[in-house]
Design a protein around this ligand. Structure first.
Ligand code: G3P
Ligand code: MG
Length: 233
């Protein structure tokens, strides 16, 4: 079972900051998941469209300049990083799952992935583009079919993993609250990996291992790895 650091190792450092990225790397997570919104021509690594929950700022990401955004405190004196800063920090040492939050993030994400493969030690297959915005994922596949897609769902669809197969996804990324064995089996039969968020508890890890899920998003990747013990690949 793969351990994916959720918003970096967000249980150990402010979520989606370089400090959380560093903690995830120390934890030897297989991959790191981050969230991105757009400001101008940059993708900013932050979970919320509005600034007030995670920073000392107010207003929306899209109406704030990169310079203004990077002057804010994102917790413990950390800044909101750009996607490029996160890529530079990881430098291919683990895989990167970019969750597209804003509807205007796709083209910049494609460009950033290409840049990272040219300038840092990344290869294209280390990236997973995920989103709850399935139209965006559909567009990604149309433009760049070689880039892996993670089809996010926060529900248990009537036709299980069919929607993810329709999107030509690599994985279906499911909410632990709604996942069941039937969904896992259906996804696997369709050739999809199953990644589950957000999982920190040993009991959940044990059950998901029994169901045969391929990976979990954890806020505490080091602890999750230990709890998953021999099931980690
Ligand atoms: O990508 C998994 C998970 O991050 C999706 O939910 O709200 O934490 O971005 P959220
Ligand atoms: Mg996310």
């Amino acid at each position: 079972m793969k351990i994916i650091a959720h918003r970096g190792a967000s249980g150990l450092a402010p979520e989606n900051t370089l400090k959380a990225i560093d903690q995830a790397l120390i934890s030897e997570a297989c991959a790191i998941e981050i969230d991105v919104y757009r400001s101008g021509d940059s993708l900013m690594v932050i979970h919320d469209r509005w600034l007030h929950r995670r920073t000392n700022g107010t207003g929306q990401i899209k109406s704030t300049s990169v310079q203004q955004l990077q002057a804010l405190d994102a917790g413990e004196g950390e800044r909101i990083p750009t996607l490029e800063q996160v890529m530079e920090r990881i430098n291919g040492r683990c895989d990167l799952n970019i969750e597209l939050k804003g509807p205007d993030t796709l083209m910049l994400a494609h460009a950033a992935i290409d840049y990272a493969c040219r300038h840092y030690n990344f290869s294209h297959d280390q990236f997973l583009l995920s989103s709850f915005n399935h139209q965006l994922l559909n567009e990604s596949y149309r433009l760049r079919p070689e880039l892996k897609i993670g089809a996010l769902t926060s529900c248990l669809p009537l036709d299980l993993a069919y929607f993810a197969q329709q999107l030509n996804a690599y994985s279906v990324n499911c909410d632990v609250d709604f996942l069941n064995q039937a969904m896992v089996d259906d996804a696997h039969q369709r050739g999809l990996k199953v990644f589950v968020y957000t999982v920190d508890e040993e009991e959940d890890i044990e059950l998901l291992s029994q169901w045969g899920v391929d990976g979990i998003f954890s806020n505490f990747p080091c602890q999750a790895r230990k709890k998953a013990r021999s099931k980690v690949t």
